[in-house]
Every structure is written in structure tokens, then in C-alpha cells.
Design a protein around this ligand. Structure first.
Ligand code: GLN
Length: 253
């Protein structure tokens, strides 16, 4: 078996080690004897979505998002068709915002891919800190680092999780990220996947399922000792700052 991972515009969208997500996806496949190919695309390169199994759209500054936005207009319909056909996408921060209809900044409106019915507006101040959330998709909490001026409103879509510590989509809803078909959008940098192996394996499983069928998409377990420790480190560091932490996390789970 083999998966091809497409990294879109790493020259423009790649903040706080988002590229590490690609390495994590490829490594966790190879550890299980599954072949992994990584294709990177710069802004002027043709993208054949039919040859991709997972797409990563990383984070970027408003200026970089503005540059990417013009290119996204050209690939919008193929990207959308890939998503509707259950193509796997992991989109981080600036990339997450671009999945929606638009991102309105003080400098102007950046058109998004309009793949998910959501939008982002720049509001006063930036939401910056470590963050951890609880998703009903995984047993482990999801940890990461957020830094965004945009606030995202996901309408009736399913969020990725509930914020336990941090700000998330807009600092008000208590939710973080979005899940739409096989697309996950999230504000969490870090990079996200090395510290969240269950999320990484979820993406790999979805991609294998789509390509080879559910019976083949069974990933051999890995020990994940270091990954779990890294995850726990963030959770422990912030849990004593949260009032009634134990009760809160119990309610969220
Ligand atoms: N430029 C966007 C914002 O500030 C996204 C930033 C990022 O990707 N970290 O909201």
C-alpha cells in the first residue's frame, strides 16, 4: 500500500513547523511498512488532486494568505471536488481559515475556497498561547499552539473539539476547529501531528479507507511512548491553571 501526501505552497504557508506534520504522516506510514510519497507544490505548479491521498494546507501571515488566495481561485473547483470525493485534508490556522468563504482583515477581504460553510473575521488582539482541546474523535486530548488574529465562525458544522485551555475558533464559542467529511481544520500549530498521534492515525486511516477499502485500512499499533509524554506535558502544564479542571474535563469527555 502507498499514500501520496501533497503539501500545498510550503514556501508561503508554513508557520511554527507545520512542515513537521508531513514528516509525521510519512513516518507513521513507513513504521508500518506502508509506502509514503511526499509531493510539494509551489504556487505556480499544477496540482493533480487525483494523484493525492492527503493534502496539507499550513498556516501563514495575512500577507501570505492574500498571495495564496489568488492561486486558490484557480484550483478551487478541483480542490472542492477532491473534498466532496472524501479526499483527506488537514488545514492549519491560515490554511484552516482559507477553507471557508472568506477571511475579512483590516487590510481587505481574502476570498477562501468555500469548501466549508464558515467564515473568519479579524477582531481586536491576537489569540496566542498553548492550547488543548478535547475531541470526541479521540481518547487523548489534542494539544498545540495558537496564534491568530482571525476569529472563525463555523455555522452548523461539527467542531473538532471543545477548548479546555486556550481560545480556539473565536475565543467565545468554546469550540476549536472543524470537521467536514474527511477534512480537519484547526488553529493548532506545533506542529500538530507529532504530539497528537491519534489525530495523525485518523487521517491516515481515512486516506487508506478511501484508497483501499475499510478492511485494508487497519493500522498496526505503535508504542507512542514519547508522543504520549509530549502530549501529557502540555496538559499537565496547564491543567492546574484551570479551575475545577478535573470536573471540567470529565464533563467534556
Ligand atoms: N494570518 C492568520 C491570522 O492571524 C493566520 C495566522 C496563522 O496561520 N498562525 O489569523
Amino acid at each position: 500500500m502507498k499514500l501520496t501526501i501533497g503539501h500545498l505552497f510550503p514556501d508561503l504557508l508554513n508557520l511554527y513547523g507545520d512542515r513537521g506534520n508531513i514528516q509525521c504522516l510519512a513516518k507513521r506510514l513507513r513504521w508500518r511498512g506502508i509506502e509514503a510519497e511526499v509531493k510539494t507544490f509551489s504556487i505556480d505548479e499544477e496540482i493533480d488532486f487525483s494523484a493525492l491521498d492527503i493534502v496539507l494546507l499550513g498556516g501563514g501571515s495575512d500577507r501570505e494568505q492574500m498571495l495564496v488566495c489568488n492561486r486558490l481561485k484557480e484550483i478551487k473547483s478541483e480542490f472542492k471536488a477532491y473534498v466532496e470525493d472524501m479526499g483527506v485534508v488537514i488545514a492549519i490556522c491560515g490554511g484552516y481559515q482559507l477553507l471557508g468563504k472568506y477571511y475579512e482583515t483590516d487590510e481587505g477581504k481574502i476570498d477562501g475556497l468555500d469548501i466549508v460553510d464558515m467564515y473568519t473575521v479579524q477582531e481586536k488582539g491576537r489569540l496566542i498561547n498553548n492550547i488543548f482541546i478535547k475531541s470526541d474523535l479521540f481518547e487523548m486530548p489534542i494539544v498545540g499552539f495558537e496564534n491568530h488574529g482571525g476569529r472563525t465562525y463555523i455555522n452548523d458544522n461539527k467542531p473538532l473539539g471543545k477548548v479546555v485551555f486556550g481560545k480556539g475558533n473565536n475565543g467565545k464559542s468554546g469550540y476549536e476547529g472543524v470537521v467536514y467529511k474527511n477534512v480537519i481544520g484547526t488553529y493548532l500549530h506545533g506542529p500538530l501531528l507529532p504530539k497528537n498521534p491519534q489525530l495523525c492515525d485518523y487521517l491516515l486511516t481515512k486516506a487508506l479507507e478511501r484508497k483501499y477499502g475499510a478492511d485494508k485500512a487497519v493500522l498496526a499499533p505503535l508504542d507512542d511512548i514519547e508522543e504520549k509524554e509530549a502530549n501529557k506535558y502540555i496538559v499537565d502544564r496547564y491543567s492546574d491553571k484551570i479551575e475545577n479542571f478535573k470536573e471540567r474535563i470529565r464533563k467534556l469527555i
